[in-house]
Write a protein that binds this ligand. Sequence first.
Ligand code: NAD
Ligand code: IPM
Ligand code: MN
Length: 389
Amino acid sequence: MTISPSVSSAPGAPSRPQRVAVIPGDGIGREVIGVALDVLDAVRAHASLDLAWDVLPWSADHYLATGETLPDGAAEQLQRDYDAILLGALGDPRVPNHAHARDILLGLRVKLDLYVNLRPVRLYDPSLCPLRTPDGTVPAIDFVVVRENTEGAYIGAGGSFRRGTEDEIAVEEAIHSRRGVERILRAAFELARREGRRRVTMADKSNAMRHSGGLWQRTFAEVRADYPEIEAEHRYVDALAMDLIIHPARYDVIVADNLFGDIVSDLGAGLQGSLGLAGSANVHPGGMAMFEPVHGSAPDIAGQGLANPMAAVLTAAMMLDHLGHADAAVALDAAVNDALNAGEVTPDLGGTLDTGAVGARLIARVGEALSPPAPPLAPAEADRAAGVR
Ligand code: NAD
Ligand code: IPM
Ligand code: MN
């Protein structure tokens, strides 16, 4: 999928390596990002990409050791010094209030204004889909969830009162701004237009949540008028959840608020066969982007070599695409596809390989797909190339 590449170099501008800030985070985040970096290393060697990265320590370990979640000025520094961010996952049972995850993951989404969360759902291998149609065939699933990423129920406004008593009250406020709703709806239609997708489905719960729902409904009616060639429809999110199981192939682009988009995207990952196949991008169109698998830190399987690294590798492919390396992105995508078809998979997909072994297969496939590293020049050729006679 295309993510509206933002990185371009002006003609004649001195070239510098593209820089990626890597935040492996916690649990399987560290394991799958380790594989993604090895795969990126192979891409770098075989496709001669001028790509460099720094691995940043922000995680539960770092928080527990230092008390620091996200350092002051981190967002500004990321914005200034990096072209993209690659993140694993944040979440650790030793931090039950999720303080570090909130500051790092949700904090960066908001501070960098990464308001578009793109979560593609594509059925790479039909045999992995848990669904069958009545005639025994597998539906052709290929849609994108466009999730609002900076507002809604995620803003942390509210509080609890009379805490610990039988009269305790918790208030969790959601904010939906006209500006925020309009820009995510436009992002969904723009994506449909860019990718030649024919339908945008807006999901809300406006039958129960009339204030925010009313704003989404009115704004949707206005924005859709600017995209007459694209079919625009509305579904209540509960009915959408049901229909995604019954008719998953009819969906193209699904746009929803932060909470509903989160839920629908895990449902989409289930349709693909595993959370271990779902990549995502958090994007400020024309600006910064942070790439992360949809899955979390999976404490239940962390440290056992059971994590499927494919979501992280597909996420790295989305990042390469964003950075302008479409061929390399396609090579990663194809490597995952071929490995799936060859059954080179972790136990979540019914396989027996561990995380590192799947990574090794992907690296071998990427190496075959991209041109091999250029052999060193013979001395005479090198002299000629350097203008020495
Ligand atoms: P999860 O995505 O970590 O795991 C859900 C289930 O899917 C688990 O059974 C897990 O073993 C399995 N799973 C997930 N990814 C897998 C992979 N790559 N390979 C094989 N199996 C995989 O969700 P959760 O258990 O609800 O959350 C665990 C922690 O992660 C929590 O702290 C949560 O807040 C956090 N989380 C973080 C992110 C993020 O940083 N982007 C995303 C989701 C959840
Ligand atoms: C995700 C995660 C996060 C979210 C959690 C960890 C706060 O589930 O990235 O999908 O809800 O956005
Ligand atoms: Mn989620």
